[in-house]
Design a binder for this molecule. Sequence first.
Ligand SMILES: C[S@@+](CC[C@H](N)C(=O)[O-])C[C@H]1O[C@@H](n2cnc3c(N)ncnc32)[C@H](O)[C@@H]1O
Length: 222
Amino acid sequence: VGVGPGDPELVTVKAARLLARVPVVFYPEGGLARSIAAPYLNPGRQELHALPWRSAADWEVNGRRIAERIAEAGEAAFLVEGDPTLYSNFVPAARAAVRADPEIVVEYVPGIPALVAAAALLRRPLVRGDQRLALVTPGEGLGEALAAFDTVVVLKPSRGFDGVRRALRRAGREREAALVVRCGLPGQRVVTDLAGLPPGGPDYFSLLLVTRPDGAAGGTDA
Ligand SMILES: C[S@@+](CC[C@H](N)C(=O)[O-])C[C@H]1O[C@@H](n2cnc3c(N)ncnc32)[C@H](O)[C@@H]1O
């Protein structure tokens, strides 16, 4: 169940309804999903389980644990920050649960992704007219994306922030970039002077949005 990027008001009605009735709820340990969903949970009536993980391999074990609880309780929800289809631990967990019990039916409940909430905070459309959008993480593909796409969103920029800054400089797009830190969470801020950020990179819950300036859109919007 996607619970959105941080503000509990951005949890969908469908997610809230589901979380109010499901008997078992799992969430990744150390993440924010449980606190985002807190207003919709009912610890008195529900089992709430943190799933520990240090590496991708842990999801195999977690998947088996989820399958066991579903066998007993009938159904379970897995909380995901933002949306479950975007870089989410839900995917390996659900696949491992189905490997453990092929009868399990998996349902994805969409959530508002952090990148959409960040664009709204900045009042910057993600794409206009015929513009194209790339979603990347730090690494080799970033330079290519900055050269070929009007809008580039970098998730997990903290995992290689110096490289991100270099790629922006090389592409001449530093002034089009905005870093949104902890969107919808305590400590939310927007940084447009990336050179001024201390070395070591921003908070893990940060994303970078690179958009063409106003007036650079191609075509008209429907
Ligand atoms: C593993 S990905 C999960 C993405 C999430 N499933 C989504 O739909 O937004 C984690 C990355 O998403 C971004 N992110 C998630 N929540 C955020 C928030 N509240 N503010 C800024 N960035 C956030 C950050 O780039 C973070 O490193």
